[in-house]
Design a protein around this ligand. Structure first.
Ligand code: FES
Ligand code: FES
Length: 187
């Protein structure tokens, strides 16, 4: 497993596990987790939207729990496990959530998609068969300007069913919610 280096010209030593790989280096004490992921680790799948904790575009998992990375200092995450959308697919196989979002139109412009995928993953990790209301509640902090939300909820339901039945995702050269060419304008 290769080691990723966080490069920064500032002062606080930080060690994370990001998508299963160690990442360590020096970061500014005022750096947010969002900035560390996007600017130091070049993991630009996680999006910056409002940077005020209001849109959910920056959601990642910290020790398995969804966190708004724009509101958390990177140093607060020292020693913790961070999961981002880049780690969602397994090798060349999409996660069932990515599969379902692609199939059902849960992702359109894609800007909200990484945060929604990670928030939904946390829900499905702890709840194999959430109701539609539970899905809506879990995703209440994730804003989407494109879909009207129905496709998103249906995609999470479909992914939950796939996970329960063991149905695998599809191989794809263009991961949904990752930094695919379709999302390049959303960096
Ligand atoms: S960018 Fe973090 S909540 Fe909007
Ligand atoms: S797909 Fe465009 S904001 Fe959600």
């Amino acid at each position: 497993m290769s080691e990723t280096t966080i490069e920064s010209d500032v002062k606080v030593r930080l060690a994370l596990t990001v998508n299963g790989e160690p990442a360590e280096g020096l970061v500014d004490a005022s750096r947010t987790l969002l900035e560390a992921l996007r600017e130091d680790l070049q993991l630009t799948g996680t999006k910056h939207g409002c940077e005020l904790g209001e849109c959910g575009a920056c959601a990642v998992l910290v020790d398995g729990e969804p966190v708004l990375s724009c509101l958390v200092l990177a140093v607060e995450c020292d020693g913790r496990r961070i999961d981002t959308v880049e780690g969602l697919q397994s090798r060349d196989t999409l996660h069932p959530l990515q599969d379902a979002f692609a199939d059902l139109g849960g992702s359109q412009c894609g800007y909200c998609t990484p945060g929604i995928l990670m928030t939904a993953k946390a829900l499905l990790d702890r709840h194999a068969a959430p109701t539609r209301d539970e899905i809506r509640e879990a995703l209440a902090g994730n804003l989407c300007r494109c879909t009207g939300y129905l496709q998103i909820v249906e995609a999470v339901e479909k992914a939950a069913e796939q996970l329960r039945t063991g149905a695998g995702g599809h191989a794809s050269p263009m991961p949904v919610g990752d930094d695919s060419p379709a999302k390049a304008g959303a960096r």
